[in-house]
Each structure stands twice: as structure tokens, then as C-alpha cells.
Write a protein that binds this ligand. Sequence first.
Ligand code: NAP
Length: 307
Amino acid sequence: MTDPEILIVGAGPAGMTAGIYASRAGHSTLILEKEITGGQLAKTATVENYPGFAEPVNAYDLIQRMETQARRFGCQFQQAEALKLQTSPGGLKVLTTNGTVSPGALIICSGTQPRPLGLENEKELTGRGISYCAICDGPLYQNREVAVVGGGDSALEEAEYLTRFCSRVHLIHRRDQFRAAKVIEQKVRQNPKIILHLSCVVRKINGTERLNGLEIEELKTGNRQLLEVAGLFIYIGLIPNTAWCREVVLVDANGFIITDEHLQAGPPGIFAAGDCRQKTVRQIATAVGDGAIAATSAHDYLTRLAG
Ligand code: NAP
């Protein structure tokens, strides 16, 4: 395809909403996605806080609806990873695994990836008992005991989800208070299959070929306990996927992109939307709001340029 007027990197809710707005405004629009459409949303089962769906909506259905809507306005999708962003007096250049794209405007919606615990063995046993995605790997643990680490929305929602398959879910959190929304905390506390280990941290991951247990420590007493679990699901926060564009856009100490109220991310013509930008509330609703603002700002920028 010829260079698009608007290039969007990332096909999560922010990117697909930007795609809907940009293509509906009449711009040739290309969305690059390195994995599958949906972003973090593709790693969850159901959504119950997205407006317009009184009953929980299946995450896959929601993604399909967003993609179909973007395609209806002519938005194109391509599987490729953005590797580097460059600016020059001639304009923007994005080097990708599928060649170089030179768009009129760029909307960065490259999202986040899960933060690892950083323990010995963690990398080696990922895919062999350690997972960062309950929706992908939960069904592998039918009637087995597993552990989840974290105290935010993701950890609690996914611990709840895992009780569909697993005989028991040990939820390990480093404090005695959760960061997650009260509504999900209540569900977790009432679920008899979930065992809470509060003020506890994982000290050791056991297993060589496969994970076969965890050593956890209760911080208040120093007591250690062995959990004989077959799986460990890690949900301790997010790292922004911004390494490819950090030389050009402004980022905070954690690598999240700093934007102004128009979601401009530094040099003219570059915008950022969704979880990869510095913000306090990371929700599907806020990601789609970002996508709409960023695409409108990109449209205004291109209109001004055209004079
Ligand atoms: P998060 O909100 O940043 O929570 C991370 C959790 O991991 C916190 O409880 C934190 O503990 C713990 N943690 C961090 N580093 C740790 C370490 N080294 N060892 C042990 N524990 C550690 O991350 P998230 O749950 O992935 O959520 C990310 C964003 O997506 C949030 O804004 C969240 O609201 C949003 N989200 C929303 C929904 C929904 O609305 N349905 C669903 C999923 C995610 P402390 O609490 O002690 O800091």
C-alpha cells in the first residue's frame, strides 16, 4: 500500500478507535499490529464496565466489533512491528518489520506488556508453568492448583476467571490492601476457591523443566510456606511498549509517553493514545476516548498543513 495519511501503531481499543475516527474523516489510514488485534483486551475473557453493554460482553466479540467498524470506513490493517521512529525535515518515518512507512501523521497506540517478577527461573519457566495471560493458558490447568501474584484489577479479575478451571487459586499480594476496584475485590473475597495470601511475596520459583511449586514469605512474620502449584500467573503491572519511539517522543521515568491535551506527543504530527501514554486511569473506556481525541487532533494537524 502507498504511504497512509495517518499511521496508527497498535490495534488495541485506542488504535482501533483512532482508526474508526481517522478513516471516517476521510483519511487513508493504516493500523500496524505486531500480534493480534485487541491489545490487552485480547487477554481478558469478559468485560463488564464498558458502556453500552448492560450484560458482560465477551472480549473477543468487542474486539471484532471494533475491527469491523474500522474496516467499514476503509481503515486498513497490516501485521508488522514498528521498530524505530525517525523525524526529518522531510517528515516522519517508521521503520517496521515490513518496510518503511512515511505517514502524514502518526498515532502511537503501542500499549503495554506485563511486568515480570524478576525472579531466577522466571524466564526459563515462562510457558512451562509461568504465564502472564489467564485467558490464553487458564484452560491448561483444569482441576489443578495455581497461584496469581498482584493486587490490582488484572490480578483479581484473572484470579476469579481461573476458578472456572482450577481447583484452587492462591492469590499472593505484597500488601494487606488491594488496589483493585471494590466490586471485584468483593467477588474474590466471596469465592471459596480463592485463598488469599496477603502481605506475602514470592521468594522462589521451584522446578527445572516445569514449575512445580513456589516458596512464599509472609512479610510481617518472615514465615515461609511452600505452595505446591502447577501454574503461576503474574499480574504486577505494565511496561509501556515505547522503546521504538523513545528517541523522538517525550517519555516519563517509566517510559510512558507524555502528551498534551490534544494528545500530541512531542514533535508536530505525532500523537499518542491508550495505555502507552502517561495517565492515571487505564480502562477500555479511557483508551477509546484517547483514540477519538488523537485521531481528531491528527485530522486537524493534516488540515492545517494542507492550508
Ligand atoms: P496495577 O494496577 O499497576 O497493579 C499492579 C499490582 O501489582 C499492584 O497491586 C502492586 O502492588 C503489585 N506489584 C507491583 N510490583 C510488584 C512486585 N515487584 N512484586 C509484587 N507485587 C507487585 O496493574 P494491573 O492490575 O495490571 O492494571 C493495569 C491498569 O489496567 C490499571 O490502571 C487497571 O485499573 C487497569 N485495568 C482495569 C480493568 C477493569 O477495569 N476491568 C481490568 C484490568 C486492568 P501495590 O498495590 O502494593 O502497589
